[in-house]
Design a protein around this ligand. Structure first.
Ligand SMILES: CC(=O)SCCNC(=O)CCNC(=O)[C@H](O)C(C)(C)COP(=O)(O)OP(=O)(O)OC[C@H]1O[C@@H](n2cnc3c(N)ncnc32)[C@H](O)[C@@H]1OP(=O)(O)O
Length: 399
């Protein structure tokens, strides 16, 4: 097989594309009752297919917004649904799909693209870099006694699944997204969450925290227990708190769920003060973590100009092997971003630039790893200050 074409999929090809993706991810194809959810998840015109005699690969995206350092929401393409049929892998199909997708996004002036990667080695070559990093927590519930200073929290309301499906989109949209890396959850995102919730043998439970001014946060969890003899694990699938009261109130509730031995909270922000809630901080352990969101600067000058900086400017020499118009020299500083003639202080690929963009990695760390070349001894430190971001960026919305 060498001859194949790549084109935009028609709406009547959604099920085939979704099934190809699911099969590539080693999960069963859609059941008939799941198809309507898939149809609501595919933004028209944004799914690509590679065809020889039939569909052999696919990738899609939907439009959303990502908060960048400084707090501005910036449009981005949320890339997902990437899969190549197992008998057609490693012959360049993904490469064709990725290049077609990035070219189309660049043509429409979309500044950023982002994704969650199934495996680490796949996306760097297309200019994506790990832009936010997470911790997985495990809490021994009976050992986790709250410290006396922990806020009391407000009222907790438990939602039935139907109510959760109906109310969560507005609830999420009403919470602040000031943290870098936070994203909007558009109408193309929620059907995936609903399908998983409705198809699950253990449907998730949703709780909402009410403060004096209305809802201030929520958590979604499920309790996994195979039999009465087994330890029971409460897994926090999602937790958002706009205030310290809400954070404490949600955790107070979770810690009080009877019969639970362990609480697992995967994919949390690096600075979330879970251990600080407890008289014995070792009641909470970081058991894992790693990459969260992978970012791609599609329009390098526009993306660089969209975020804020502190400190002195630096001149970057960026190399972009896929969207070559991005390659070149940029002077980046608090006053703005311009193309530059001056010699570069840092040389880097567009994937390494994505790793700097949300401040997840310091420039000096990327220099140590050989991912950035520096001209002078102080240049890495200048870039560290310029791109530093507080609080640590976090997305936490899988797509
Ligand atoms: C955002 C998301 O949707 S994440 C989900 C991604 N999908 C999956 O993980 C499903 C299972 N995997 C697959 O469907 C396929 O293996 C894909 C999509 C990951 C890769 O598709 P392919 O058509 O085989 O990729 P392609 O042949 O274009 O590879 C391009 C390069 O990436 C490398 N590559 C691709 N996938 C992988 C991988 N999983 N691990 C290591 N290297 C990889 C190839 O070796 C190739 O390198 P080369 O140019 O040096 O030869």
């Amino acid at each position: 097989m060498s001859d194949y074409t790549v084109r935009v999929l028609r709406p009547d090809e959604t099920r085939e594309a979704a099934d190809l993706f699911r099969t590539a991810l080693l999960v069963p194809p859609l059941k008939d009752e799941e198809v309507p959810y898939a149809e609501r998840m595919y933004q028209p015109g944004r799914a690509l297919g590679a065809f020889d005699t039939e569909l052999i690969g696919t990738a899609r995206s939907f439009d959303a917004e990502l908060t960048v350092p400084g707090g501005e929401p910036v449009p981005f393409a949320a890339v997902t649904g990437v899969g190549v049929r197992a008998d057609r892998t490693r012959r360049g199909v993904l490469g064709r799909l990725m290049r077609a997708q990035l070219t189309e996004l660049a043509g429409r002036g979309v500044p950023l693209a982002a994704l969650y990667a199934s495996e680490g080695p796949i996306y760097g070559r297309f200019g994506y870099g790990v832009a936010t990093v997470v911790h997985d927590y495990q809490v021994e519930r009976r050992r986790a006694v709250l410290r006396p200073e922990v806020p009391a929290g407000g009222e907790i309301e438990l939602l039935r699944l139907d109510a959760a499906v109906e109310r969560l989109p507005a609830l999420y949209a009403g919470l602040p997204r000031t943290r870098s890396g936070s994203m909007t959850r558009p109408a193309y995102w929620w059907p995936g969450m609903e399908r998983t919730a409705r198809q699950s043998d253990t449907p998730p439970v949703t709780i909402v925290h009410h403060g004096p001014n209305g809802p201030e946060g929520y958590a979604i969890y499920r309790v996994n227990r195979k039999s009465w003899q087994d330890p029971s694990i409460l897994e926090v699938a999602d937790l958002r708190a706009a205030t310290a009261e809400a954070f404490a109130g949600l955790w107070r509730y979770l810690l009080a769920v009877d019969l639970v031995d362990t609480i697992e909270a995967p994919g949390r922000p690096l600075d979330e003060p879970i251990p600080l809630l407890f008289a014995d901080p070792r009641a909470a352990k970081v058991t894992g973590g790693g990459d969260d969101l992978w970012l791609r600067l599609v329009d390098v000058p526009a993306a660089l100009a969209a975020r804020e900086y502190e400190g002195e400017p630096v001149v970057l020499e960026v190399t972009d092997p896929v969207l070559t118009a991005n390659s070149g020299r940029y002077r980046v500083g608090p006053e703005g971003v311009t193309r530059a003639e001056a010699p570069a202080q840092l040389g880097l690929g567009v994937d390494a630039l994505a790793m700097l963009y949300f401040g997840a990695w310091a420039a000096s760390a990327l220099v140590t790893a050989g991912r950035i070349q520096v001209a002078g001894p102080d240049d890495a430190e200048r870039a560290d200050r310029l791109f530093a971001t507080r609080p640590p960026a976090w997305c936490g919305t899988h797509f």
